[in-house]
Design a protein around this ligand. Sequence first.
Ligand SMILES: [Zn+2]
Length: 341
Amino acid sequence: MKAAILEQRGRAGLFVRDIAVPKPRPGEALMRVHAAGLNRVDLYMRDNGSGITHSLPQTMGVEAAGVVVEADADSGLRPGQKAVLYSNAFCGRCRYCMAGEQPLCLRAHIMGEHRDGGFAEYVVMPNRCFFPLPDAVDLVDAGALMTGHLTAWRMLFGKRALQPGETVLVVGIGGGVAVASLQLALRAGARVLVTSSSDAKIERALALGASSGVNYRTEQVAERVLALTGGEGVDMVIDSVGQASWGDSLRCLRRGGRLVTCGATTGSNPPAEIQRLFIRQLEIYGSTGGSVDEFRQLVSLFASGAIKPVIDRRFALDDVHAAFDCLERGEQFGKVVVLMA
Ligand SMILES: [Zn+2]
């Protein structure tokens, strides 16, 4: 089978190779992959990987959907059935797994990071990571669901859930998590503001239902957001940009508001602004991935047709470099997807 394998860091270290189809061990099942979304973390791993405990070579791809081809009779899975993978092969035994907090698992093994990933014609994962889907679902949409939408789900609803009527600011609209946040927040009955450096992306967000957009290249973000919220600020900020937007994100919050972060593409160490934090009683918390229970809710909504990832571009596995280039340019609105079939 063909697989995209990172052998050394950097663009030139990624190869599409012909390798053996993996064999599932007891308790595991084999999927014929149809589609797998490309994510910022893939780009980070390709070029840097610092902080990610894995060794090369590594078959990439941290999400995937396809068809079950081989599964134990007692697994509850049926060959021929469509499915989407929960990307984290969690241990199921540590204190966090026992509490249903699989993203905190002490022995987490994420596909595409610590075990073979989804940019391959076949992938093996534990039975418990397979979520069956109805025959009618689009497997390209399913392959783009896990990372962006589950991350967004936990950010919006995980700790202090976004409420109907609240206002949320999504920083840097265009990326997978940001667009998923826009979709899910609207579905929850919230008002959504977005920022971007691109008027075209703001237009796309408005078309999807955002109330207003602020172009951070030409406008003062905090000033504009305060004006748009009657001087009060927003209830929640969803920020995956990090250092470049952090100060504005804090200044956009109302008293008692919360800032949720899931990324730091522009750097990790902005000023803490402790005085602003305690005087205005702000909350800041981090989030990554989502739990099995959150994924079950998300998959159920997706299967019902209530949620559909926005897909910007599709690439064949042989063109995986072009897919990475597309993500690196940052011009996409929604997901970049690699197709195996
Ligand atoms: Zn665990």
